[in-house]
Design a protein around this ligand. Sequence first.
Ligand code: THU
Length: 132
Amino acid sequence: MTDAPIDWEHLFRRARAVARHAYAPYSGYHVGAAGLVDDGRVVEGCNVENASYGLALCAECSLVSALHSSGGGRLVAVAVVAGRDVEDLQPGKPCGRCRQVLYEAGGPGLRINERYTLGDLLPDPFGSDALE
Ligand code: THU
């Protein structure tokens, strides 16, 4: 577990960089997400769309996939950026499904876009405790 302060500038830079790789030919909306893991690594994800529109993969879900495929761990902080102009991406809001997926990987204390915790964005969540 790292106690270093969160370098938000770095996370937002990484999120903006990975958003350039978004595959978004249908919406034209590029999303990039970069997450700090509790061991200090940074993982990333971008959105990946499909001709069958409803099958789009969100950037945050790609990030959680990258988290596990690169060794696992817990997410501590996530920066999300979004927009149609990749030269002018702004902080983006995780959709409802992504909030739930992020919850599994970071819990209520996960920091989102510097100003929120996941607990702010997903009150009274459905978590593993509900299955006990
Ligand atoms: N999208 C994300 O990547 N993350 C979100 O939290 C919301 C939406 C993507 C899905 C789709 O490719 C595009 O944004 C427009 O909805």
